[in-house]
Design a protein. Structure first.
Length: 381
């Protein structure tokens, strides 16, 4: 029997007490077997080296006719290239889904090689954006068009869209190492990333003075934890990352230097300026707590600094300033003050000076200001 295999025609196939096959009129070798108990299973029949072969493509209901037809096309494509389709079929059957690979990726790579903050970020990207769309797909079936479609669907959040491609690219590179995909077949390659607008907010000297006054005020009024206040002050004075200040231990401080044994970029040793040393000297050491910025629980560091920061920035009329902008502020004033970018890069613990280069325009502004001053003097002569 031959029919154009569609959902409508398949649903209409009757059970007659015997096993029979209906062949598709459009794709040679593609058909569906109807068993005496009513089970309908897609199949593809082909000849390889003179021998006839039949391969099951999945049960109707679990697999749609379009999915089965697409798989049949793949098998016939392999056959046309002169290869044995049964090998490709077996490889496809054994291929894990992206959900399964993502679990291995998180267990064997992310949790072992990446910092806790990056681990949380990768988990969120996979859980919220990638796996709901591609998770059930077999890793061997995901193509560049699939990644590009996912990327395009997130154009309203370009930064997150780019992070999705970055995480997926790493997964597919590892799949090649694990033998789950062919070499040099990463589907993320050539997916053009969106331009990201780098936020560059930093506090002026007057804004800094006002913020400092606000910090002293809330500390005096005890409306914000003194540990949180000291954390913000150290962020301003050191340019450290938030996680570095949160997890700072007294044992890391050696004289007028601080040594982070395992920062985002590995071991990092930084000098502490006099202002930072003054803040540290005013922080009381709590018994049995090794952390400088203590949390509410015994022997712990402060975990959430966002809630108190929202209260402080509102009181200081700095609603658009994020905690990370305090690090930007340290960097910006260092550059504007004439500190060479190479030194600023070391102070920030950047692994590459190119990361610090985005502040170079601030140095240009200071040079232009100096040049204008010189020009005005020359005109006055």
């Amino acid at each position: 029997m031959q029919l154009r295999l569609l959902k409508r025609t398949i649903d209409a196939l009757k059970i007659d007490g015997s096993d029979y096959v209906v062949w598709d009129t459009q794709l040679l070798g593609f058909g569906i077997r109807v068993s005496p108990n009513g089970r309908k299973t897609f199949l593809i029949q082909y000849r390889f080296h003179g021998k006839s072969k039949r391969v099951s493509l999945g049960k109707y209901g679990l697999v749609t006719v379009d999915e089965a037809r697409k798989e049949a096309h793949k098998i016939l494509g392999v056959l046309a290239s002169g290869k044995n389709p049964s090998i490709a079929v077996q490889r496809h059957i054994k291929s894990p889904t992206l959900n399964e690979v993502a679990k291995r990726f998180l267990d064997e790579y992310v949790s072992v090689r990446l910092k806790p903050g990056t681990q949380a970020n990768y988990n969120q990207i996979l859980k919220c954006y990638v796996l709901p769309v591609l998770g059930k797909r077999k890793i061997i079936d995901i193509m560049r068009a699939d990644v590009a479609t996912l990327h395009l669907s997130l154009k309203h959040v370009p930064n997150q869209a780019n992070r999705c491609v970055l995480v997926l690219s790493k997964i597919f590179n590892l799949c090649e190492e694990w033998g789950l995909r062919e070499q040099s077949q990463n589907p993320c390659k050539h997916v053009q990333r969106y331009k990201e607008n780098k936020r560059h907010r930093f506090l002026s000297k007057s804004e800094l003075a006002h913020l400092w006054q606000t910090l002293d005020k809330v500390a005096l009024e005890k409306t914000v934890s003194i540990h949180a206040v000291n954390a913000y002050k150290l962020l301003i004075l050191t340019g450290c990352r938030l996680s570095e200040i949160q997890t700072l231990k007294w044992s890391f401080i050696r004289g007028n230097h601080v040594e982070f044994p395992d920062s985002k970029t590995g071991y990092k040793r930084l000098p502490l300026n006099d202002a930072a040393m003054t803040v540290l000297a005013q922080i009381p050491r709590l018994p049995e707590n090794e952390y400088v910025i203590c949390g509410e629980k015994a022997r712990s560091y402060i975990v959430n600094l966002q809630k108190s920061w929202r209260r402080i920035r509102k009181q200081a009329n700095l609603d658009d300033v994020r905690i990370h902008d305090l690090r930007h502020t340290f960097t910006s004033h260092a550059v504007m003050g004439g500190t060479p970018l190479a030194l600023v890069s070391r102070l920030l613990g950047h692994s590459k000076i190119t990361t610090t280069m985005r502040y170079a325009h601030l140095a240009d502004a200071e040079l232009a200001k100096a040049s204008n001053g010189i020009g005005n003097q020359l005109i006055d002569i």
